[in-house]
Design a protein around this ligand. Structure first.
Ligand SMILES: Nc1ncnc2c1ncn2[C@@H]1O[C@H](COP(=O)(O)OP(=O)(O)OP(=O)(O)O)[C@@H](O)[C@H]1O
Ligand SMILES: [Mg+2]
Length: 266
């Protein structure tokens, strides 16, 4: 389902966003809007500023100038957990997953980090705490089902293959109930079958009503999955459009020259 871009209000507006690191302008006056329900992908050559852009949107770093507006309100100046509470969440690195915990324990723990069940109420085993506990269990089951992790629910993370760990990192992010989920290179290091499964997984997440932003180098996957694409090069946005528009954009083709044409899927 592709939203009508003209009538739907934006979920996210990036406005003239700029971030300097000393003399380097990693993100240079970039603007774009993301509509609710879109899969919006940021591509560009290595060092183009993609990850920096995600960090700016998630309030992990502050812009030198410009604004990040989410649901009509600026996120600039918030701490990352405050942006997450507003609904802007990025995935956890695999290295933050505790190796001894099972899949279910990991997702339940992620819920505890943002739910009242860990408060004094849980200590006194109040009715509210028991209700919270039941709700967290139900929601965790839903996430495991969405990511097709039910059959490894009792498996410790240290025994899980790479692709499952990646999904578990996304499961932890979903426990924070994001409105906008940001995935930085979710398909990196995957073989074609794993990528196919991960593409389906991202689509199922979007079909739950969660807007998805991706940074990704796997151009075949990008062209299949994205509703819209923004292209960065040396920190600047050089193109924005549908996969088809991007594939035919001369600026984009020039930016990728020197890389394999195949990378662009052209
Ligand atoms: N904390 C930092 N301090 C100084 N320079 C940084 C910092 N973070 C990023 N940079 C620089 O900013 C530029 C953009 O980096 P960024 O990680 O955003 O690129 P990217 O598009 O994600 O690249 P890749 O595809 O390789 O992941 C690079 O030149 C990088 O070296
Ligand atoms: Mg990066």
């Amino acid at each position: 389902m592709k939203p009508d871009r003209n009538s739907t209000p934006s979920l996210l507006d990036v406005k003239g966003l700029t971030r300097r690191f000393g003399g380097l302008v990693a993100v240079n006056d970039v603007s774009f809007s993301v509509k609710p329900g879109e899969i919006f992908t940021v591509i560009g050559p290595n060092g183009a500023g993609k990850s920096t852009m995600f960090k700016l949107i998630g309030a992990f770093i502050r812009p030198t100038s410009g604004d990040v507006v989410f649901e009509g309100k600026s996120l600039v100046g918030l701490a990352p957990h405050q942006a997450a509470a507003r609904g802007v969440v990025r995935t956890f690195q695999e290295t933050t997953i505790y190796r001894e915990m099972t899949t279910m324990e990991t997702v339940r723990t992620a819920f505890h980090l943002q739910c009242r069940a860990t408060s004094l109420g849980a200590f006194f085993n109040t009715r509210q705490a028991r209700a919270d506990e039941a709700e967290a269990n139900r929601a965790a089951e839903e996430i495991l089902e969405l990511l097709q992790l039910q059959h490894v629910r009792h498996e410790q993370a240290k025994n899980l293959p790479h692709g499952y760990l990646r999904a578990l990192g996304i499961a932890m992010a979903l426990a924070a109930r994001p409105k906008l989920l940001m995935l930085d290179e979710p398909f990196a290091g995957m073989n074609p079958e794993e990528t196919d499964a991960a593409v389906q997984m991202v689509r199922r997440i979007r079909d739950q009503g969660i807007t998805v932003m991706l940074v990704e180098h796997d151009m075949h996957a990008v062209m299949r999955i994205s509703d819209r694409i923004a292209v960065l090069n040396f920190g600047r946005k050089i193109a924005e459009g549908t996969p088809q528009e991007i594939q035919n954009d001369q600026n984009v083709i020039d930016a990728y020259l020197g890389q394999e044409d195949e990378e662009l899927g052209i």
